[in-house]
Design a protein around this ligand. Structure first.
Ligand code: FAD
Length: 365
């Protein structure tokens, strides 16, 4: 893990700011990471993966997240794609698709539609069987990494339930258009996808049969929630480091900024945010690694808390740096924009709160 972390540090180095400004990641770098199994580190070695536990996977995700929110976002998409194939694919489908996801091909996962954001029960993308093929019609929006993807995992209505289908991005009838000027994670390749009578082999329909929609999307999203939660720990690490260094180096009123009690309090709050988010993520990963029944709640809690703390913490870091951090491209400015988006995706903070309320005494059923 430490060697892989050092490798990724070297690959990303100080390039994240430039990628954020141009809105593009180098595809060869993504393929290099992908071919080493680094973009979906949980996939077992039998399928060419790295086979990390949830805890180690989280540590690696946090490290990447501390360096570049866009690369971490691409990892999150690849992890959802791989997790969906692992969970819902037949052994033959796993053998067919997982080695591609650990071999350098890039993937994205499409749930959201124009009228189906928080409410995924409103999705209208249709999947229908036609002989030995399936045909997809619909429209997906804001799909992270779709601009770079070779394979799309697309969720839609199938028979009396729902299904996920592996669709090559190059299939006839697929149109991918980038989302312009996203607030944050600007190089993550967000794109809208139009599906016009897209025909793929029936063997690409994961599991081969329909499933209840809530079960399918909730299970698939759980991988994204863990990845985002750990990514937010990375954002907090980057912010604490930048704010701490600045507070030590810059003096005002004859003392280092950190010597002013109100600034010291900012640093203390950032430390508390980083540590609290880390503990919540560690607990959730332990639940995954032990197969604990608390896994669902722990995952939602970790995602909610880490995203909230990252958004607050990044704003605090900008406050400590003030004008020094108030430039596009600065690590804390990037963190501020990236972290805000983490409160929106993979279940917004409000949707997470509603889910968590179910576990509170007297909470909504
Ligand atoms: P809405 O659902 O319209 O919600 C608007 C606001 O109302 C939010 O604050 C929400 O929390 C609140 N709200 C809605 N319903 C309720 C309720 N019942 N109670 C309380 N509050 C409520 N989608 C994909 O499929 N794949 C991706 O890879 C992907 N990546 C994304 C990356 C980014 C950077 C962004 C911004 C979006 C991405 N999305 C992706 C879409 C994302 O999943 C949705 O934006 C998210 O689910 C919220 O949906 P919405 O934007 O339509 O907001």
């Amino acid at each position: 893990l430490s060697r892989a972390s050092a490798e990724v540090t070297e690959l990303i180095a100080d390039r994240a700011d430039g990628w954020d400004r141009t809105g593009l990641l180098p595809v060869d770098l993504l393929r290099t990471l992908g071919a080493a199994g680094r973009l979906c580190p949980q996939v077992p070695p039998a399928h060419g993966g790295w086979g990390l536990s949830s805890r180690s996977c989280g540590e690696f995700t946090a490290h990447v997240g501390s360096l570049c929110g866009s690369v971490r976002s691409v990892m999150t998409s690849q992890s959802i794609a791989a997790g969906t194939v692992e969970r819902f694919g037949t052994p033959a489908q796993q053998a067919a698709f997982l080695p591609r996801l650990t071999g350098g091909e890039l993937a994205a996962a499409g749930f959201s539609e124009p009228a189906a954001g928080s409410d995924l029960s409103a999705i209208t993308t249709r999947i229908r069987r036609d002989g030995d093929t399936v045909v997809l019609d619909g429209h997906k929006i804001w799909v992270t990494a779709a601009h770079y993807a070779d394979l799309l995992i697309l969720f839609g209505r199938y028979e009396d339930g729902a299904a996920a289908v592996v669709v090559p991005a190059s299939a006839p009838g697929v149109r991918i258009e980038r989302v312009g000027d996203p607030l944050g994670c600007r190089a993550a390749g967000h794109a809208d996808i139009t599906l016009d009578a897209v025909r793929v082999p029936a063997g690409n329909l994961l599991g081969g049969h329909s499933l209840p929609l809530p079960f399918l999307v909730t299970t698939a999203l759980a991988h994204g929630r863990m990845s985002v939660a750990w990514g937010c720990v990375g954002i907090l690490r980057g912010c604490l480091k930048a704010a701490g260094q600045h507070a030590a180096r810059r003096s005002q009123f004859g003392v280092p900024l950190g010597g002013h009690q109100l600034v010291a309090r900012h640093l203390a709050e950032l430390l508390v945010a980083k540590e609290t988010a880390t503990r919540a993520c560690e607990h959730a990963s332990r639940c995954w690694d032990e197969g604990s029944p608390d896994q669902v709640m722990a995952t939602v809690l970790a995602k909610y808390l880490s995203a909230r703390e990252a958004a607050r913490g990044a704003a605090t870091a900008v406050q400590v740096l003030a004008s020094a951090g108030a430039r596009d491209g600065h690590v804390v400015a990037r963190a501020h924009r990236d972290a805000k988006l983490m409160e929106i995706i993979e279940g917004s903070s409000e949707m997470c709160q509603l889910l968590l309320a179910r576990y509170a005494p007297g909470g909504a059923a």
